[in-house]
Design a protein around this ligand. Sequence first.
Ligand code: MN
Length: 311
Amino acid sequence: MTRISEANETPTACTAGEAGGEIQWYESRAAQLGTGLTIRRALPLRHRRMIGAWCFLDHFGPHTFEARQDAMWVGPHPHIGLQTVTWLLDGEVTHRDSLGSEMLIRPGQLNVMTAGSGISHTEETPDQHGDRLHGVQFWVALPDHARNVAPSFEHHENLPEVTVDDARLQLFYGSGFGATSSATVHTPIVGAQLDLDGVVHLPLESTWEHGIVSLTGPIQIGRRTLAPGELAYVPPGTSGVGLRSSRRQQVIVVGGEPFGETILLWWNFVARTHEEIAEATRLWNRGEGFGEVHGFAGDRLEAPSLKNVRL
Ligand code: MN
């Protein structure tokens, strides 16, 4: 059986989902966030660009603060055409943006920043912090009819919890498993954390595609092991998957209606054409069009050059 990575290119299907297509297994790639924090990136991969409207899945930690590079420190940078979805399991992060938002997020809370036509923001470990950091930050592509909406920022503290086969599931984004998050969404989509301890039969919306990532340790999906740093992709046509672990593990489940639009993802921008990305890059690097973030004691991030690049 072949695992998928950027270097190993052919997706290989195995364990069948119930009444659906075959689950595909991918390996996340290592990436760096801001100044040095190493993360696992489960989307985009060369052969799996999106799951529903989810187009970027980053998992950071668990880190302990023995070293300064384990802190989060991401200077001012812009976004267009997407929402950022931030969810923590441990620690705290301070968000600031060009709308004037300043928000400390803690585990069990959700930050959703809608970039729409353009926003800039920073993220950092606050001065007063615990000794651990663990969480996820995802991007959701905005569909064509919403991708130029005015930018906004939301913080949610009262998110629905449901029980699936005795396991706690926190529904932080979208709708699914009998619950709906209060966060603003623009496509049929779901994002949840499942606390798996034993056996769970997870029902899935069969017209959607889903992704499963374990954040803490290995779990079993069917007869196969899914370890942190891997992504299980469940294609449409699947009505449920069986998950199992003999130890308590935190698992992220994302899903949605297949997006149906081709996006261009470059640096921190989601758009449709090279020209849109080039214009956003030009504006940002001239210090125009994305407002200003106040209160962050570091340098803004420069957009990489698009010279000699055709997207
Ligand atoms: Mn960002």
